[in-house]
Design a protein around this ligand. Structure first.
Ligand code: TYM
Length: 332
């Protein structure tokens, strides 16, 4: 059957617009057509230091945002990674099948390790892509809907699946990355050649799902634009305007060419107003529902416990098959 799986790290107080347009919105669109697994990768979050209470809260916030954005825990399996121990167990096996050079070539590892400094960076950062491969392969999905910054990790996952199958016999489905056409990469509003990320230089470059509508509108209206006056998509010459067009296209699901035509002869200011209105309209209801869900974490925790049970039913037999093939004695 058709199946997809994806997740977002709970490493900030809120998911941001890049997470929403690069991934979450597409999860919601496909959950009716395919069997879906969405999880909160909290094991991934501790590859950089986390405050324990903040991590627990951020994990709930991420799950609440999935639900608020439209992930239905009845239809999709929604769970937290650390509540399904098979992820860490499979990750070890895959780590032992990965070359040091292969892991060190991952650009996300290189960026993060450089940011922290050789000695401060933990080994977890290096092991991170193999944990992600385990997340995916445990559920045998055919598709992994992510933004294009995850492309290299998905490619490594495919390589590891093929390597395992070759060595131990047909075991894993080799998954394909699903990258959206519009929104695959959303850039920082203040530095539109860097991708939007929680570790933005200035908070003004970032739109969080949990930001107040006024804040969102203000940040979009003060986005950096470019020389000239024409509203035209040109990533090289007009990164700021191109980013705003990408955002508007992803939120409204209208092609960039149609937007260029609409804004022909109009000023950058008009485009900003349109983007601000569209983003506020999309995010405000999600924010409200997420805050409501977070008022009673017991209900949310119950939903997540159910999800973890459902996830384990799928993950456990896959892990057992892997363990047997590797040569581990049967489980006690
Ligand atoms: P993470 O948590 O950095 O991002 C979550 C999702 O959001 C997308 N994304 C963006 N898309 C467009 N523009 C941006 N500026 C932007 N920033 C982030 C990411 O591409 C991603 O789809 N390693 C993953 C989490 C993970 C995972 C997995 C994903 C762990 N295990 C298994 C899929 C399957 C990560 O750090 O994404």
């Amino acid at each position: 059957g058709h199946r997809v799986l994806s997740g977002m790290q709970p490493s900030a107080d809120s998911l941001h617009l890049g997470n929403y347009l690069g991934a979450l919105v597409n999860w919601v669109r496909t959950q009716d057509d395919v069997e879906s697994f969405f999880f909160v990768p909290d094991l991934h979050a501790i590859t950089v230091p986390q405050e324990p209470e903040a991590l627990a809260q951020r994990t709930r916030v991420a799950a609440a945002q999935y639900i608020a954005a439209g992930i239905d825990p009845q239809r999709s399996t929604l769970f937290v990674q650390s509540q399904v121990p098979e992820h860490a167990q499979l990750a070890w096996v895959l780590t032992c099948m990965t070359g040091m050079g292969e892991a060190m070539r991952m650009t996300q590892f290189k960026d993060k390790a450089a940011k922290q400094g050789q000695d401060a960076a933990g080994v977890g950062l290096l092991a991170y892509p193999m944990l992600m491969a385990a997340d995916i392969l445990l559920y045998q999905p055919h598709g992994v809907p992510v933004g294009d910054d995850q492309r290299q990790h998905v490619e490594l996952t495919r390589t590891l699946a093929q390597r395992f199958n070759h060595r131990f016999g047909e075991t894993f489905v080799v998954p394909t990355g699903f990258y959206p056409e519009a929104g695959a990469r959303i850039y920082d509003l203040q530095a539109p050649t860097s991708k939007m990320s929680k570790s933005a230089q200035s908070p003004n470059g970032l739109i969080n799902i949990l930001d107040a509508p006024k804040t969102i509108a203000k940040r979009i209206k003060s986005a950096v634009t470019d020389d000239g006056t024409q509203v035209r998509f040109d990533r090289e010459a007009k990164p700021g305007v191109s980013n705003l067009l990408t955002i508007l296209s992803a939120v409204t699901q209208r092609p960039v060419a149609a937007l260029e035509a609409e804004f022909e002869g109009k000023m950058y200011g008009h485009l900003k107003v349109a983007v601000a209105d569209a983003v506020v309209e999309a995010l405000a209801p999600i924010r409200e529902r997420a805050l409501e869900l977070l008022e009673d974490p017991t209900e949310l925790d119950r939903i997540l416990a159910d999800g973890a049970h459902k996830a384990r039913e799928v993950a456990q037999p896959v892990l057992q098959d892997v363990y047997a093939k590797v040569g581990f004695l049967p489980p006690m």
